[in-house]
Design a protein around this ligand. Structure first.
Ligand code: ADP
Length: 233
């Protein structure tokens, strides 16, 4: 269920600035971790490196004890579902085709359309397969983006501010959906967020500042979790 992720001394530089500065971490298989910290702290950089969309300048990242290669990361990326703040749907395509888009270029050993329909239902959009993104609310568009992220049944889900563009109530619906899907599909989940409610539903909160880990809290499900996140904030 999910994958173990290990970072050993990972740094990512932009010029002389360190977006990530010698970060060593381990993420348990099936865990849900919130990444918090101010804008510019390094959250997106960390997600991009783990997702194989960027390369570290030093250190290494291991997935299930195997170092990520510096070339040929396509196979890794297909095992990662990515959800963004701004949805990034293709506006001219239907909901169904947006969900199918990541697997259209590949030969796959499952029925693409059947799986896409199943995921559209799982995110609560059954009946809207033929709608285009412009006909949907922000929350509905994020649901489509989440279904798209799951089309390869990834063991790893990365989300970058998934509720950042949504009002509080809609954001909460997306949080509930993500956590339900994580249980249903058994993924390791990393979520960059400023949303304390979202962080409180995770089992771990990592806090970054200037590219370094400055807090690492394991959360037990408890009523005072939100208070603790607030104090950490
Ligand atoms: P966060 O997601 O926490 O807001 P980022 O990972 O986006 O932080 O950024 C970390 C640091 O790296 C910031 O100082 C940011 O300006 C810098 N950075 C990120 N991407 C680039 C880039 N493509 N070019 C130059 N600097 C960048």
């Amino acid at each position: 269920m999910g994958v173990v992720i290990t970072l050993r001394g990972v740094s990512r530089l932009y010029g002389s600035a360190k977006a990530l500065d010698d970060v060593s971490l381990e993420f348990a298989a099936g865990g849900a971790t919130a990444l918090m910290g101010q804008s510019g702290a390094g959250k997106s950089t960390l997600l991009h490196l783990i997702g194989g969309m960027d390369l570290p300048d030093s250190g290494e990242i291991l997935i299930e004890d195997r170092p990520l290669p510096r070339r040929g990361l396509d196979a890794h990326r297909r095992r990662v579902g990515f959800v963004f703040q701004r949805f990034h749907l293709l506006p001219a395509l239907s909901v169904l085709d947006n969900v199918l888009a990541p697997v259209l270029p590949y030969r796959v050993d499952f029925d693409r359309k059947a799986r896409a329909r199943e995921l559209i239902e799982a995110v609560g959009l059954a009946g809207r397969e033929r709608a285009t993104p412009g006909e949907l609310s922000g929350g509905q568009q994020q649901r489509v983006a989440i279904a798209r992220a799951l089309i390869t049944r990834p063991p790893l889900m990365l989300a970058d501010e998934p509720t950042g563009n949504l009002d509080t109530a809609t954001g909460q619906e997306i949080v509930d959906l993500l956590m339900g899907l994580r249980e249903q599909y058994g993924m390791t989940m990393l979520i960059a967020t400023h949303n304390p409610e979202l962080a409180a539903t995770c089992d771990r909160v990592l806090r970054l500042r200037d590219g370094r880990v400055v807090g690492d809290d394991r959360l037990a499900p408890a009523d005072d979790v939100l208070d603790r996140i607030g104090r950490l904030g």
